[in-house]
Design a protein around this ligand. Structure first.
Ligand code: G4P
Length: 287
């Protein structure tokens, strides 16, 4: 696969996919974690084929940062695909109970089948999958109450998978299945970079902040103008300047430090200071 404008080159995909395929053989349930701000761009559709024989649960994570109205549209969308969806903030303690309930619901057929064979209370075996930075490790941590083995988001790191028993009635593989984003559509890279899922060091931050301003003006008119005290039809570079002035980010000669002003916009966007934001809704194509 080719690289992309946002500088992230997804390598070793075949190896990663092969590892996930092997590990999925061991589980009943595949828990696919997506970022609720970009449920489509943070989804690798290969998972549909990889997990086709498994019970499925989609977690829309980081819902604390996402637009609730659009999250509701995504739940409806995944319903049309017959995949149950759980809206989460993986850092919260109540996550564990929510995952337990949803997993029981998704796997009810298997639980009933076990019951008929006299097997009661056998834990569900589950594996967490998803692209980098969606919150897989955080979710595993919260459910297991311990630190999982760090994979460093690099397939090829030796994986010593172990089953972790959890109070949620789930046996969980302690290392997540790492998928890669699909960069075929240019906007996917842009959206993932905007939310901070692509390493900032390889990105032109000024350009990215400009793209964020453009997206915000289109999706949430008025928000940028009121936050940075500029008029809505101001040019992108004037808006970045406005953010610099608002945050006192000036150079010695009195000009705005555009680099730090860009960082300020990205920081505000990623931390929710510009509000709860979702960058995509299910389109006709996805229905
Ligand atoms: P990964 O395993 O899928 O690669 O993701 P990981 O759990 O490492 O999470 C990536 C970042 O997202 C972490 O932030 C983590 O704290 C944050 N995160 C995970 N779940 C949520 C959530 O529901 N809401 C919010 N707001 N953030 C979440 P970080 O800055 O990289 O690390 P840290 O300083 O928070 O530890």
């Amino acid at each position: 696969m080719a690289g992309n404008d946002y500088g992230w080159y997804p390598g070793h995909m075949t190896k990663s996919i092969r590892a996930i395929r092997e590990e999925l053989k061991l589980v009943d349930l595949c828990i696919e974690v997506l970022d609720a701000r970009v449920p489509l761009s943070s989804r690798n559709p290969d998972i549909d084929e990889l997990a086709k024989d498994k019970y499925r649960l989609i977690v829309l994570n980081k819902s604390d940062l996402a637009d609730d109205k659009k999250t509701a549209l995504w739940i409806e969308y995944f319903k049309t695909l017959n995949i149950e969806t759980l809206v989460l903030c993986a850092k919260e303690k109540k996550t564990s109970d929510a995952v337990r309930k949803a997993s029981m619901s998704v796997c009810r057929e298997k639980i009933e089948r076990d019951k008929k064979r006299g097997i009661v209370g056998r834990p569900i075996r589950a594996m967490v999958c998803g692209i980098p930075n969606v919150g897989k490790s955080t979710l595993i941590n919260t459910i297991t109450g311990r630190a999982p083995a760090k994979t460093g988001n690099k397939p090829g790191v030796t994986r010593s998978n172990q089953w972790v028993k959890t109070s949620a009635g789930i046996d969980l593989l302690d290392t997540p299945g790492l998928l890669w984003p699909k960069f075929e559509d240019k906007t996917v890279g842009l959206k993932l970079a905007s939310i901070g899922s692509v390493n900032d060091q390889v990105i032109n931050l000024n350009q990215l902040a400009g793209e964020v301003v453009v997206m915000m003006k289109e999706l949430y008119p008025g928000v940028i103008a009121s936050r940075y005290d500029v008029s809505e039809d101001t040019s992108v570079s004037e808006i970045i300047k406005g953010a610099g002035i608002r945050n006192g980010l000036m150079l010695k000669g009195g000009d705005v430090d555009m680099g730090r002003a860009s960082e300020a916009i990205l920081g505000d966007f990623r931390s929710g200071k510009l509000g709860k934001i979702t960058l995509e809704v299910p389109s006709q194509n996805e229905q």
